[in-house]
Ligand binder design. Structure first.
Ligand code: AMP
Length: 378
């Protein structure tokens, strides 16, 4: 018997915090939203304790729960009901996300305890990519034994966001999902692009981990692997130290000197003539434009370029710097519309552009809620 699903609780369980949103699925409106912080560090002792605080904030038990899970490996090519078997499969993927995965799965276990009888669905940040990405884009050119032994390949991340804006863009363009070709740009503190052909991913900029691709807040993105080895050797760094350097001490932060690499602060610094901040913005824009050009080729021509994420939705300055590099694709910026577009859907390319550039606010939580319903309805 199929149960009716009116409300879905979306849980994003991190190592020290738990974010949640409750949706009414009939209207797709948000009924509640909250954050429990300092788990295990002065706040609640664990995720189950944190969820008890969520229970207090909710008027009733949700009909279903959707969980954000970082890594689905090659096992999860779609969102999945967290049965015992699937949970065991997900546990084997902890090696791909030793920081996030235990907390994500801990959230599932805690919900089973606190909300007995309520189904839990895992929504994997990698699944949208791994479902359709061909080997020519997804494999690395190293001995395939490393893929077989350790699963070393490209997985991609932000899949839930790329999926949400792909669906939203198809609707906006009035095209069937299965026919839409896009370059989706999720530009935030972490950033990635996806090449979408006929509604599915054929390439994406992040890799085995979120370190690859674009220049990000504190991540370097693409770099010659030999440069990494060279620094390790010269500075006698361990793999863990090098991991911290590349993930937490690089990117926009390292180039601009702005801690955390917040785009607003970098734009302000660049406007005052700071050379490091200016280079940071130019490198960010350059690499996005580079990948837009490449992805437009691999999908055989885009119906639209989509911009989303904190920077993509809000920073007219970064968008302008990107779009001004896309003249060869016949794309021109509508400066006026771009300047006033913040967090809303809008076409920011000029009339007559060969490919429209569309700003589309993402909503990963709603995507997780929708997937939860879809999985449970079978
Ligand atoms: P996210 O990770 O998607 O939350 O995005 C965070 C990034 O978006 C940060 O670098 C912010 O500086 C940037 N951002 C948010 N709002 C604005 C804005 N109004 N102008 C420029 N950047 C913004």
């Amino acid at each position: 018997m199929k149960r009716e699903i009116r409300t879905v609780l979306v849980v994003n369980s991190g190592s020290s915090s738990l974010k949640y949103q409750l949706f009414d699925m009939k209207t797709e409106t948000r009924l509640a939203k909250g954050l429990v912080e300092r788990i295990g560090a002065g706040g609640p002792a664990n995720h189950a304790e944190a969820l008890k605080e969520v229970v207090k904030a909710l008027a009733a038990k949700p009909d279903a729960i959707g969980h954000r899970i970082l890594h689905g490996g090659e096992v999860f090519r779609d969102s999945a009901l967290m049965t015992k078997a699937n949970f065991a499969k997900a546990k084997k993927l902890v090696k791909f996300g030793p920081l996030h995965m235990p907390a994500n799965l801990g959230g599932v276990e805690a919900c089973e305890k606190i909300f007995p009888g309520v189904p839990n669905v895992g929504v994997f940040d990698t699944a949208f990519h791994i479902a359709t990405m061909p080997d020519c884009a997804g494999m690395y050119a190293i001995d395939p034994k490393f893929y077989r032994k350790y699963g070393i390949r490209k997985y991609g991340f932000h899949g839930t966001s790329h999926k949400f804006v792909t669906q939203a863009a198809a609707k906006f363009l009035k095209k069937p999902l299965a026919k839409v070709n896009l370059v989706t740009c999720h530009l935030g503190n972490g950033s990635s692009l996806a090449a979408i052909k006929q509604g599915g991913v054929v390439d994406t900029t992040m890799g085995l981990t979120p370190l690859a691709g674009l220049v990000m807040g504190t991540r370097c993105g693409d770099i010659d692997a030999a440069a990494v080895l060279s620094i390790m050797e010269s500075e006698k760094k361990t793999p863990a130290e090098m991991d911290t350097l590349l993930n937490k001490q690089s990117g926009l932060q390292a180039l601009s000197g702005v801690k955390g690499g917040d785009c607003r602060d970098i734009c302000a610094k660049a406007a005052k003539g700071d050379k490091g901040a200016e280079l940071a913005l130019e490198m960010l824009a350059y690499r996005v434009a580079l990948y837009i050009g490449a992805y437009n080729t691999v999908i055989g021509g885009a119906d639209a370029i989509v911009m989303t994420g904190g920077i993509g939705e809000n920073s007219s300055e970064v968008r302008a710097r990107i779009i001004n590099r896309l003249g060869a694709l016949g794309i021109k910026l509508d400066r006026k519309v771009n300047d006033k577009t913040r967090g809303v859907t809008a076409v920011i390319s000029a009339k007559g552009s060969k490919i429209p550039v569309v700003v589309l606010p993402t909503n990963e939580e709603l995507m997780i809620a929708r997937d939860t319903v879809r999985v449970l309805r079978g």
